[in-house]
Write a new protein. Structure first.
Length: 89
């Protein structure tokens, strides 16, 4: 499993992965929304029905519901979830 870790190992930090086109995606859990994420991402978080957020330079997508322990999924598994996520406008 490829589990990306960031300084401090905080669960509210995004996980980064690359798709097969070389596009970098940051993955966020809306349950761990913070002011820092809100400033980075200009769309309001869903507090009553949180999802998994995928953000790249070309698109913003959301998957409901956020899978439990998504952080433990492989990059390939997360990319499959990205394929089933919905665009956010």
């Amino acid at each position: 499993m490829n589990l990306e870790r960031y300084p401090g190992s905080r669960s509210d930090r995004p996980r980064s992965l690359l798709d097969d086109r070389g596009i970098e995606w940051e993955v966020y859990d809306e349950r761990e929304w913070s002011i820092g994420l809100a400033l980075d991402w200009s769309i309001q978080a869903q507090t009553e029905n949180p999802g998994l957020i995928f953000v790249s330079e070309i698109d913003r997508r959301r998957l409901w519901p956020c899978p439990s322990e998504w952080q433990r999924l492989s990059d390939a598994d997360l990319l499959r979830l990205l394929d089933s996520s919905k665009p956010v406008s």
